[in-house]
Design a protein around this ligand. Structure first.
Ligand SMILES: [Zn+2]
Length: 93
């Protein structure tokens, strides 16, 4: 069974996850209103899948702020990042 099947039975949650992931960049840059940031924070703590994604985004942002390219990330992290982008493409299609 392909991994993508695990997304198939979870549509309600997934909508929330998509919104959370869309807002993660703004969240990391403190561009959200406090109320919106609270929603994201709450979802990340409740949703293991998004927390994992959030940690990846945080790591990337941190690296960029330090002037390092994400391309220099350990291969495991790079692999997880490419998995993330595939997932997001699937959600939008
Ligand atoms: Zn989620």
């Amino acid at each position: 069974m392909p991994d993508s099947d695990m997304w198939g039975h979870d549509h309600d949650d997934m909508d929330e996850c998509v919104r959370a992931l869309e807002a993660v960049h703004a969240f990391l840059h403190n561009e959200l209103l406090e109320a919106d940031a609270d929603v994201i924070r709450h979802h990340l703590h409740a949703c293991e899948r998004c927390m994992e994604n959030f940690e990846i985004e945080s790591t990337i942002t941190e690296m960029i702020q330090r002037g390092n390219s994400p391309l220099q990330a350990p291969s495991t992290l790079a692999a997880r990042i490419s998995t993330l982008s595939v997932t997001r493409r699937r959600q939008q299609g």
